[in-house]
Design a protein around this ligand. Structure first.
Ligand code: PLP
Length: 491
């Protein structure tokens, strides 16, 4: 198969060149894909190809037919949701992971997989300034990490025997309650759905004026639930909520959990990474008391999606919850060996740790700190522009690299609009939605939105490794131009 080897080498060469060009000319691509549903599929035959095609053919299709349907998360002007980065070391590691194609279900099925995974999570923990944690593993997403955390919390109430008896049809089990703030991520509620706890039993604790969980309210609800015979299962504190990136008072929450013996899980998927900066160390204050914690290197640490870091201080409980070893997977390796299949519901696992190890080693902790610090500076630059502007305003504090803002011209409700809108508030919601759509339609940049105190707000989340000050300046120009066009055109 010498000719196949040659074709592979040529293809890798072509791809490597394409990647370099891609990173150097992001302006050649609209950030938000400008296609209609079905456009991509319709470019291809509906019937499965009978004969194989060449790499060149396939890469041509990729460039001509698939790329137009890509929304470019790797674009430096991508500011929607939480911006992410596929970096060079990450791309190299992903290629090697695919080349090896190992499955790390057991230590012996690829010792390096388990050990590099644990080593890179140790490096990450050290960078975050956290004390030793007895167990860590890599999962695909924060959603999975939080699901495992709550599964462990359920097992921590061993007397309920949920693992053996399940939840359905039992009269000997009280109502089980998971607490999180009203700003917590939807993945917590999804975990409650999957684990048979139910959405109604996710207690959304009120937040203060800066969108942080109110610890007094949490304590009050826990005491109330206990008095009613319910059983608190778990508290999930969020470090960096999805809308405004607010940080719950983890220390005070941990104290309440300690008092009542409740599992504390911390969801720090995005903002936890900021703690690698000495000046932001306090981001994870109190988290040393948590039973489990998740941070996502695929969000703000330049590691290609997907890679979520899950830390657990009570691995024996996690193992009790999820270990199940059929005969064909029994091994006689030394007991100090970690078999990762014992700590989750998936059996097979890919070599994700290689990309985290490569990213950390390639940039070094100081390189990573400089990149994160740069993002905080860019967020400040943008927040300052909003504050100095006559027609834009900030909608929330900016603790990290995400800015919530909206268009708010100092005008009365235009008379032309008075007929269609009940209030200035309704008009502002509408005009901001139209502004966002106009901005995204330029293809030059991409914003997303949220609701803050029921008001439509735009979010500018900075997190791509190639984002520069010029991209922020360009965003400001586009916002000015699009808002001007909106205001001067009839409704
Ligand atoms: C992004 C985010 C999640 C979801 O992360 P996935 O890895 O996509 O599951 C959960 N919680 C918080 C706070 C987040 O910011």
């Amino acid at each position: 198969a010498i000719s196949e080897d040659r074709a592979f080498l040529d293809a890798m060469d072509r791809i490597a060149n394409w990647v370099v060009h891609y990173f150097n000319h992001p302006e050649s691509y609209p950030v938000l894909a400008q296609v209609q549903p079905g456009d991509v599929r319709n470019r291809f035959p509906a019937d499965c190809p009978e004969t194989g095609r060449t790499f060149d053919d396939l890469i041509d299709d990729f460039e001509q037919k698939i790329l137009p349907g890509i929304t470019h998360w790797n674009h430096p002007a991508f500011f929607a949701y939480f911006a992410i980065s596929g970096s060079y070391p990450g791309i190299i590691a992903e290629s090697l992971t695919a080349a090896l194609n190992v499955n790390g279900m057991l230590w012996r099925t690829s010792p390096s997989l388990t050990e590099i995974e644990q080593l890179s999570l140790q490096y990450l923990r050290q960078m975050l300034g956290l004390p030793e944690i007895p167990f860590a593993m890599i999962l695909d997403t924060a959603s999975t990490s939080s699901l495992l955390a709550i599964a462990a919390a359920r097992e921590a109430l061993a007397e309920l025997q949920v693992r053996e008896k399940g939840l359905a049809g039992r009269h000997d089990i009280p109502r089980l309650v998971v607490y999180c703030s009203e700003e917590a991520h939807s993945s917590i509620e999804k975990a409650a759905i999957v684990l048979g706890i139910g959405r109604e039993n996710v207690c959304r604790i009120k937040t203060d004026s800066d969108f942080r969980m109110r610890a007094d309210e949490l304590l009050h609800r826990i005491e109330h639930d206990l008095a009613c015979g319910s059983k608190p299962l778990c508290v999930v504190a969020t470090v960096g909520t999805t809308s405004t990136t607010s940080v719950d008072p983890v220390g005070a929450i941990a104290e309440i959990c300690r008092m009542h013996g409740i599992w504390l899980h911390v969801d720090a998927a995005y903002a936890g990474i900021a703690a690698i900066l000495p000046e932001k160390r306090n981001t994870l204050a109190g988290c040393d008391a948590a039973d489990s914690l998740v941070v996502n290197p695929h969000k703000w640490l330049f590691t290609p999606i997907d890679l979520s870091a899950f830390y657990c201080r009570r691995p024996s409980v996690l193992k009790d919850a999820l270990s199940l070893v059929p005969e064909y997977l029994r091994v006689s390796d030394a007991c100090e060996v970690t078999n990762l299949m014992d700590y989750g519901f998936q059996l097979g696992r890919r070599f994700r740790g290689l990309k985290l190890w490569m990213v950390i080693n390639y940039y070094g902790s100081s390189g990573l700190r400089n990149l994160i610090r740069g993002h905080l500076d860019l967020a400040n630059q943008f927040a300052k522009w909003v504050q100095d502007s006559d027609s834009f305003e900030l909608m929330a504090p900016v603790p990290f690299s995400t800015v919530c803002f909206r268009f708010h011209p100092k005008i009365e409700l235009p008379s032309a609009a008075a007929g269609s809108f009940e209030s200035l508030a309704a008009y502002l919601d509408d005009v901001n939605e139209r502004l966002m759509n106009a901005v995204n339609a330029t293809g030059e940049t991409y914003l997303s939105h949220t609701k803050i105190h029921n008001k439509y707000a735009l979010r500018c989340a900075i997190g791509n490794i190639r984002t520069q000050s010029s991209h922020i300046a360009n965003l400001c120009r586009i916002l000015e131009e699009c808002s001007h066009t909106l205001m001067s055109s009839p409704l």
